[in-house]
Design a protein around this ligand. Structure first.
Ligand code: DUC
Ligand code: ZN
Length: 460
């Protein structure tokens, strides 16, 4: 049986047009005024007054990840259930072998963690936290397994690679048409600042976290990565960009002719570092993530950069820990497991805080949440657009159905949201995953139907 979504406004990165969408099986068949073409037994769903977005893609999640001697609250089961409830029909998580392990081992481990458990479609980036001939040889296997994007870190001792190895790894990826994302923070100076803060008796202060990881040390690392990329002559992705100084480094690289793709996240657009100074330690600790939250001025710069197409994607860096897990850092702020939940709330936050506030347009929202991530990570046009033959991943957004975000009501196992009490403008009415109703009026009605995504090379 076919399904006709009737009377809505179909949003793309270029337009927002009144049109009906006919779904046949897992695919979009037609768009336009297609009622006359629909067979008699077509299921007609009235979506008048709603926006129809292509299913959103969150290209930055961490599910079932071991951090700081604990494991994220969300695994692939709860994490992808939260994702689909929030309008995300595809996630790309970071497979993460430990130093000394093979990429094949990391890939196998991530399949074990996720296969058969996912409520939305899923793929992986591969983390490169070690570099040697064996790993270089394995890159071809990764491409054969549908992994075309990678990640390297400029911070965290367990992940960090020296500049020479970053250069060699980027050169090897360039030769194969791969793309790499970078976590940009300066490791050495941050460690020195942590030691100073502890020596000054500030180990138990959550506010030590942002003081140890200032914006300019992120900007320094962004600049270093971009200069290494210049030496290799290859595009790179700067993930979870938080601030104006980092954006200035990116602009400078673009001015000298480099291609740089930029990601930011809702927490950097809508929250700020004053939250670390909450006298309630437990409340402040909920916002510990790396890089940390920045200033309202930085958030303004990021919104502007989205408007001007200088930021290509908004993902979440969903890395969830319960308040009880955050408590592990009561005496030592460096032991607070870093990360915030976000996969479930991204769409409503960006609509409410971005589109409804006229900071960005509906088309911008579609571009950074769907079309660009699909192009950047080799899923387009199967994903990222509502068009004939694309997967019928569709989010029906009702702009009049406002509600209030409450951590206790979310599917994530984090048991809180950093946006507690946030009043949304509108909400997700329903979500289709490859033609099948997966969310209906806030209830997850689909199953663990997520499929592993074999991805092509970057096409942005
Ligand atoms: N930052 C976090 O806060 N958590 C997980 C990984 C990261 O980069
Ligand atoms: Zn991350």
């Amino acid at each position: 049986m076919k399904t006709l979504l009737r009377g809505g406004f179909v949003v793309s990165a270029r337009s927002c047009k009144r049109a009906d969408v006919l779904i046949d099986g897992e695919k979009v068949e037609k768009i336009g005024h297609v009622m006359a073409d629909a067979p008699w037994d077509t299921q007609v769903v009235d979506v008048s007054g709603c926006y129809l977005f292509p299913g959103f893609i969150d290209a930055h999640t961490h599910f079932d990840l071991d951090v700081c001697n604990t494991t994220t609250a969300d695994d692939f089961d709860s994490g992808t259930r939260a994702a689909i409830r929030g309008g995300t029909t595809s996630i790309i998580d970071f497979a993460c072998p430990n130093k000394g392990e093979t990429l094949a081992h990391g890939l196998q481990l991530w399949h074990q963690k996720s296969d058969g458990k996912c409520w939305c479609d899923y793929g992986y980036h591969m983390t490169i936290d070690d570099w040697n001939d064996g790993i270089e040889r394995e890159l071809d296997d990764m491409f054969a397994a549908g992994i075309t994007s990678f990640k390297m870190y400029l911070t965290y001792p367990a992940m960090l690679l020296p500049d020479e190895q970053i250069y060699c790894a980027l050169r090897a990826l360039k030769a194969r048409g791969g793309i790499c994302g970078f976590h940009c923070e300066n490791a050495g100076v941050i460690d020195a600042k942590i030691a100073e803060l502890k020596a000054a008796g500030r180990a138990a202060d959550v506010s030590s976290h942002p003081l140890a990881r200032p914006d300019y040390l992120e900007a320094e690392a962004v600049n270093r990565v971009l200069r290494i990329a210049q030496a290799v002559d290859t595009p790179v992705v700067i993930v979870h960009t938080t601030n104006r100084a980092a954006l200035a480094e990116i602009k400078a690289a673009r001015r000298r002719g480099q291609t740089v793709y930029v990601e930011t996240c809702p927490q950097y657009l809508l929250l700020d570092d004053s939250l670390y100074y909450d006298p309630d330690w437990a409340r402040a600790a909920r916002y510990v993530c790396a890089p940390p939250l920045r200033t309202p001025d930085d958030a303004d710069a990021l919104w502007r950069a989205i408007r001007h197409n200088e930021v290509q994607t908004v993902s979440t860096d969903h890395c969830s820990f319960t308040p009880e897990q955050k408590d592990m850092g009561r005496e030592d702020f460096t032991k607070i497991p870093g990360g915030v939940p976000g996969v479930e709330t991204r769409c409503e936050l960006i609509y409410s805080g971005g589109v409804a506030k006229k900071r960005i347009t509906l088309r911008d929202m579609c571009r950074v949440l769907a079309e660009n991530p699909a192009k950047l990570y080799g899923l387009y046009p199967r994903k990222g657009i509502i068009a004939p033959d694309s997967d019928a991943d569709i989010v029906v957004y009702d702009p009049k159905a406002n509600h209030v975000l409450r951590g206790a009501e979310l599917a994530s196992r984090a048991l809180y949201t950093p946006f507690e009490g946030f009043e949304t403008v509108g909400s997700i009415r329903s979500v289709y995953l490859r033609g099948k109703l997966a969310v209906d009026r806030g209830e997850v009605v689909g199953g663990r139907d997520g499929q592993y995504l074999m991805r092509e090379k970057c096409m942005l």
